[in-house]
Design a protein around this ligand. Structure first.
Ligand code: PLP
Length: 479
């Protein structure tokens, strides 16, 4: 590792001086970003730190090649190296997750979800319609049949977790494309426990009869039982689509196994590669063989040309995720989240669902008299980076919110363990206890602006700096 840091230091120093000669502001922002990331407690549940090999893999000429299509079937000549890159990424993904098929092209999680939706429509709506009309492709359809097919697409239904219960925008939220291309209905969580109520979900699915049942979340601090989700999907004839963008690292590291592992239960599983999976910014799809030909239509029907350099970095990250060290990391992510939740609860912080059994802890900060937005700002001033988040049935809506979402993947990558997370919990609790809403011009408490008593931000930053210095980010990397 010492050698790797020395090599990376030399490579990045030289690369930055080249960049500087063309556009100094970019070289400066790149240096500053490393300094900023090193100097803050990153608790954003969806972020991580990719390894130096993963980062280095992205900075190459693999970026320069157009390769629309799939491995061995490209719309451009000269794609043999991109074929290798994509095939290796897919092979690692299949073997890591035990999936029948993997598609490494999506540029992000949202793109992966869109490819999945179109694949489900193509398999379940377009193909049977073409067959019924005796057509091979949509080109063989008359204008009237084509209109009918488009109308049929518009009648399809998606049912996912609501945004305020922890679902993602792409799970059918009204303002998202997924809520516009489909008729949508969402399921929430039990008002008492904050947990998914599978009986209520089943009843809603029976009534709504979705084509697609979506499982997965962005801000739900608990595990999901995918066997139950499969049962419900089968009962109502739905395709089960799981978005494991957040918890893919815990599946890869075998922390989520059996009924908590969506692969084998879902028809299609989508993920990002940059959150708990600790790879480059990107998306990935896994599926059964049945769905493979429809997912392969992703590029160029939904996606732009594949990013060769990023698929290469996905391959490197997935190779890393297949090592025992990654499994140890994933277990530490989950253990640290438990420790963090318990330490926060002991300091009187209210937690949605009372705790966590994944990598997310969702704080309800209303008891401190501040909104989520104010808590987020106060914590940021003190050097703790989080994001505000709605809590179920949030009275402050999606902009101000009453919650703050935190997660352990990034700081665990830096080497934080139980002791450090107990201290982090103490720092968060101290800042929340000290934060107060500012007063608006009208003399009412502001929902946006927050006041912190003198000294607390500085004291917290100093305590955070000690923890951060003891667990350096990219140790030995010097620019
Ligand atoms: N799916 C889930 C569950 C997410 O939480 C997110 C991102 O926050 C996404 C998809 C979108 O990922 P991306 O930002 O890579 O498009």
């Amino acid at each position: 590792m010492a050698d790797l840091a020395a090599t990376a230091s030399s490579v990045y120093r030289q690369a930055l001086s080249v960049i500087e000669s063309v556009e100094p502001r970019i070289a400066q922002a790149t240096r500053q970003e490393l300094a900023d990331q090193r100097a803050s407690l990153k608790l954003i549940a969806s972020e991580n730190y990719a390894s130096l090999p993963v980062l280095m893999t992205m900075g190459t000429w693999l970026s320069d090649k157009y390769a629309e299509g799939t491995v061995g079937k490209r719309f451009y000549a000269g794609c043999r190296n991109i074929d290798t890159v994509e095939a290796v990424a897919a092979e690692h993904a299949r073997e890591l997750f035990g999936a029948e098929y993997a598609y490494a092209q999506p540029h992000s999680g949202i793109d992966a979800n869109l490819v999945a939706y179109w694949a489900i429509l193509a398999k379940n709506i377009e193909s049977p319609t073409l067959e019924r009309l005796g057509a091979k492709t949509v080109n063989d359809l008359s204008e009237a049949d084509w209109e009918e097919l488009r109308a049929e697409f518009g009648r399809q239904r998606v049912m996912g977790m609501s945004l305020d219960a922890g679902g993602h925008l792409t799970h059918g939220f009204r303002h998202n494309i997924s809520g516009k291309m489909f008729q949508q209905h969402s399921y929430g969580t039990d008002p008492e426990t904050g947990l998914i109520d599978y009986d209520a979900l089943r009843a809603t699915a029976r009534e709504f009869k979705p084509l697609i049942l979506v499982a997965g979340y962005s801000a739900y601090p608990r595990r999901v039982n995918f066997a139950k989700m499969r049962e419900i999907a089968d009962e109502v004839g739905a395709t089960l689509f799981v978005d494991m963008a957040h918890f893919a690292g815990l599946v890869a590291g075998k922390v989520f196994t059996g009924e908590e592992n969506p692969v084998g239960y879902a028809d299609i599983v989508a993920t990002t590669t940059h959150k708990s999976l600790r790879g480059p910014r990107g998306g990935l799809l896994l599926s059964t063989e049945e769905y493979a030909p429809f997912i392969d239509r992703g590029c160029p029907m939904v996606l732009g040309g594949p990013l060769g350099h990023v698929m290469a970095a996905k391959a490197v990250a997935l190779a890393e995720a297949r090592t025992p060290a990654f499994a140890t990391y994933a277990q530490a992510v989950a253990d640290n989240a438990q420790t963090l939740a318990e330490a926060l609860a002991a300091r009187g912080v209210t937690l949605v669902t009372g705790g966590t059994d994944n990598h997310i802890v969702l704080l309800d900060v209303s008891g401190f008299g501040v909104t989520g937005r104010q808590a987020e700002t106060a914590l940021l001033e003190a050097g703790i980076v989080t994001n505000r988040n709605s809590v179920p049935r949030d009275p402050n809506g999606a902009w101000y919110t009453s919650g703050v979402r935190i997660g352990t993947p990034a700081l665990t990558s830096r080497g934080f363990g139980a002791d450090e997370f107990v201290q982090v919990a103490g720092l968060i609790a101290d800042v929340l206890a000290a934060a107060e809403p500012a007063t608006t011009k009208a003399g009412t408490p502001s929902k946006a602006n927050v006041l912190l008593p003198a000294g607390i931000a500085e004291r917290t930053r100093a305590a955070a700096a000690e923890l951060l210095d003891a667990n350096p980010l990219y140790p030995g990397l010097e620019l």
